[in-house]
Design a protein around this ligand. Structure first.
Ligand code: G1P
Length: 870
């Protein structure tokens, strides 16, 4: 571990942090301002893709590009100290602040960066303390590069867009307000102010400033700017010359003598606001060291309170603290989307469809009320052809694809149901399935195979051919996703891969590719939903569904020969044609018939997959490439194996116990890395694979080509636990923690997206693996499940999970607090069995399912559950 926790609230310190080249996220509770900050003060500050206060910073920029750094210069007798350089640095970081402590030339310099939980500004406070016995004279100058426009202007009209810059100098700082938003598709008037305001001590303004990069650097550059080296005079008034130039917020503060032990404070407040009055008001909330200290304290408290919705205590400070950071990760992804930290320099903001649903898994545990609304809203993104909008903006709006690429990921229909089922179990409210909502409609038709050039609607809501908005039940939405997939098969009767599945890197087999991997999950969903349909039967014997869906419920009407991929495709086309012209008419479908149809489909899929895809080598083939060839098994003298193919065969329930045992052996043989201890995504195919996807263009061991991809690893653990392979599941779970905290990982506490061949963690914070880790820990390891509103404790703990002899977890269910304590009796090794359980001191029976608590049993506001295991 390269960090040490210094308390029980996740605060950690790192010595010489610059050597790790990491970034740290800062944001407020609503994600209104998003920052990344590194130990060299690099990173960027933005609101969204169109509004960057500082130049956008990708990973190489954070290290090599001086224009992507905040800075603070101190000129002393004989030396220039630059806060972005290391001086025996120590980092202290917590929820959610970044504080560097430097020892430079008898001065201790502290640089604190944070975004207050309730204000959309980044605060950078610099404290300078004279630790020597002598008086030191300093001339301080702060520096923040200003960008004031959107990410695309980094290359597209960068110079031209700087000509739009208009700079206003304020007593306390600078407002950059470009005249326009430069966009050749339609220029707009710009209304945003990009501002930095600063003060020293108790609110004294800077003595002057250097408002443009040219003025700051003079005849030199950012390595030795004239403003510092040659003491160029700062200005206090606006000169016309400054307009139309690349801007910066560089403030000169008074030259001061710092007496021994004296401490001076400087502060910058940075943000993006339309209303300057509002910007000034925010500044006034932070215009003294006392106010900053108070805000920082409130910010820490906010995040701590936020995380306390679930409390894990494994009696292991490092693990508990690490878990706090992991638990924050899904929230960070909710706020940052997948585009706004230095590794994540793709996309245009917002989150992808599958990320959205998976992050909801933990949100269901931490913010159940918000999650319910989110789930309901998300279903509006489904199209009638079973595909969906791909991007969801921060305010919950759906966008087909801003890059104008028509793409369909075949796994997208799987995730909504998996999250929905958690919600249904948690609330016990199967009737939620009957609530109605809209569908998404845009120019893409027939799973992006056709474009409707006449489409001109602005609201992207599906209308019938009579132009009426159509609404269908949530059940209908999920059924469409499953049923369309079921019929959409390739030559081998597995569901077509289309433009990729979970693995975004398998994106070059759209014609003939098939994903047996996710076919397993569709088979699972088709069967699983029947459980809830039976619940609905308690209230009625039929449901209303869109008339055209009857075509896909073929068992009820005209059965299709499932053995024939061609027949299935024909039926699908019939449906797609009909659905495009729907009049929105609904028919009644008997629940018995519906259940029968879905079960039939599921059984057919499971049977054909588990027979056909289980290879002689003893593991599953998950894919066919664009030449219709099986991807896995013995190929070109080597063994090709993918982890996804195994995970979903197991998780879906499709793999038999015998197949799981054999697959687990193969995983250990081919994918477990003996040196680093983790599980790789695939074996080395040792070739480009133009018939399968871009992943094989990456160096082996990086990202989707054979890295230790945590999302898949944790889903493997989940699948193994789910199927009762507890020891195996716990080995996989442990491998993730071990890799993430190993000194090789070189990361702060968190789960990264992946580890490379060196064991280094990459793609920090914004990964779906964190949500799955917390979810698996809660639902499988601690075994806290919900079954139709009842809480069931069915722990799958191994004795190694007990760092001491007990584990505690606290959470809330519908306003009632529950504190559960797991106590290990005796010296059992291996898997521990639940032997006895008590609720508020009263013993409850433990049966084969576990210990069940009904809602009416939770009589107290605060309830205690004691679980004894041996
Ligand atoms: C990322 C994407 C996820 C995708 C995965 C594999 O994983 O966010 O949607 O399925 O790559 O291509 P993550 O960073 O969430 O772990």
């Amino acid at each position: 571990m390269m960090y040490s926790f210094i308390d029980d609230a996740g605060t950690f310190t790192v010595n010489d942090p610059l050597s790790y080249q990491l970034y740290f996220p800062l944001t407020d509770k609503d994600g209104s301002l998003l920052s990344a900050v590194c130990p060299n003060l690099a990173g960027d500050i933005k609101k969204d893709n169109d509004r960057f206060l500082t130049p956008p910073a990708s990973v190489p920029d954070t290290r090599y590009n001086l224009l992507c750094r905040r800075d603070f210069f101190l000129k002393t007798e004989g030396a220039v100290i630059r806060a972005s350089y290391p001086y025996r640095d120590k980092l202290e970081a917590g929820f959610l602040y970044h504080r560097l402590i430097k020892q430079a030339h008898h001065l201790q310099i502290e640089v604190l960066n944070f975004i207050p939980f309730d204000l959309a500004v980044e605060v950078m406070q610099v404290k300078i303390a004279n630790k020597s016995g002598k008086t030191v004279t300093i001339t301080p100058t702060s520096f923040v590069p200003l960008f004031g426009r959107g990410e695309k202007n980094l290359r597209d009209h960068r110079h031209v867009s700087s000509l739009l810059n208009r700079i206003d100098l304020d007593t306390c700082g600078i407002f950059l307000r470009p005249t326009m938003v430069f966009d050749e598709k339609g220029h707009r008037e710009n209304k945003d102010n990009y501002f930095v305001l600063g003060y020293e001590g108790t609110g004294k303004p800077p003595v002057g400033q250097f408002p443009t990069l040219d003025y700051f650097c003079g005849s030199s550059d950012l390595i030795s700017p004239d403003a510092i080296e040659k003491d160029t005079a700062p200005v206090t008034k606006k000169a016309v010359d400054f307009d139309g130039k690349e801007a910066c917020a560089a403030f000169r503060f008074r030259t001061r003598e710092v007496a021994p032990q004296e401490e001076l404070t400087y502060c910058l407040v940075m943000g993006i606001e339309e209303d300057r009055g509002r910007a000034r008001r925010m500044f006034r909330k932070l215009d003294s060291p006392e106010k900053v200290a108070k805000k920082l304290e409130e910010t820490k408290q906010y995040w701590r309170r936020y995380l306390s919705a679930i409390k894990f205590d494994f009696r292991d400070r490092d693990f508990n603290n690490w878990l706090l950071w992991v638990r924050l990760q899904p929230t960070l992804r909710k706020l940052f989307g997948c585009s706004f930290l230095p590794h994540f320099d793709y996309g245009k903001g917002g989150r992808g469809w599958r990320d959205l649903w998976q992050d909801a898994l933990t949100l269901l545990l931490t913010e159940p009320d918000k999650a319910a609304a989110l789930i309901f809203n998300n279903f509006k993104g489904v199209r009638l052809d079973g595909s969906n909008a791909t991007i969801v903006t921060a305010d919950g709006e759906f966008i087909a694809d801003r890059n104008k690429i028509s793409r369909v990921w075949m796994d997208h229909g799987v995730w909504p149901y998996l999250t929905l089922r958690e919600y249904l179990h948690q609330t016990g409210n199967a009737r939620f399935l009957l609530q109605e909502t809209e569908y998404f409609r845009d120019q893409h038709l027939k799973r992006a195979k056709e474009i409707d050039h006449s489409f001109a609607q602005q609201d992207y809501v599906l209308r019938t051919r009579n132009k009426k908005i159509y609404r269908g039940s949530i059940l209908e939405h999920v059924l469409i996703q499953m049923l369309v997939a079921f019929f959409n098969v390739g030559q081998h009767n597995a569901i077509r891969l289309e433009n990729a599945d979970w693995n975004d890197g398998l994106d070059m087999a759209s014609e003939k590719g098939e994903s047996a991997t996710f076919s397993f999950m569709y088979a699972h969903n088709l069967r699983d939903v029947c459980f809830f349909l039976r619940q609905l039967q308690k209230e009625g014997d039929s449901v209303l569904l869109l008339k055209e869906i009857a075509l896909l419920l073929d068992r009820i009407h005209t059965p299709v020969d499932y053995k024939s991929a061609k027949r299935k495709q024909e039926r699908l086309n019939e449906y797609l044609e009909a659905a495009e012209r729907t009049a929105g008419e609904k028919i009644r479908v008997k629940l018995d018939d519906l259940i029968d149809d879905l079960q039939h489909k599921s059984a057919h899929l499971f049977k054909s997959l588990s027979r056909r895809q289980f290879l002689k080598r003893g593991f599953f083939n998950g894919y066919y490439d664009n030449k219709s060839k099986a991807v896995e098994g013995n190929v070109k003298g080597g063994v090709r194996m993918r982890l996804e193919s195994q995970v979903f065969a197991i998780m879906s329930g499709g793999a038999s116990d015998r197949q799981i045992r054999s697959t687990w052996n193969a995983i250990n043989k081919y994918l477990r890395d003996k040196r680093l201890g983790g599980f790789r995504l695939n074996t080395d195919f040792k070739a480009l694979y133009m018939d399968l996807g871009r992943a094989f263009g990456f160096a082996y061991g990086e990202k989707e080509n054979g890295a230790f991809f945590d999302h898949m690893a944790v889903m493997l653990a989940n699948a193994l636990y789910k199927r009762g392979f507890i020891r195996e599941g716990s080995e996989v779970m442990h491998s993730i923690y071990a890799m993430a905290t190993s000194s090789r990982a070189r990361i702060y506490p968190m789960i990264p997206e992946y580890f490379n061949n060196q064991g280094r963690g990459l793609y920090l914070y914004l990964t779906g693996s964190a949500s799955w880790y917390a979810y698996t820990l809660m639902k499988e390891v601690l075994g806290i499940k919900f079954i139709l509103g009842r809480i069931v404790f069915a722990p799958k703990l191994m004795s190694v999970n007990f760092r001491r002899d007990s584990i505690e977890v606290s959470f809330n269910v519908r306003g009632k607090a529950i504190k559960a304590t797991y106590i290990k009796k005796g010296r059992a090794s291996g898997a521990c069995a639940l032997t006895q359980g008590f609720l508020n001191g009263r013993e409850l029976p433990v049966d084969t399912v576990g210990l069940t608590i009904r809602e009416q049993d939770l009589k107290e506001k605060h309830n205690t559950v004691m679980l004894y295991l041996s």
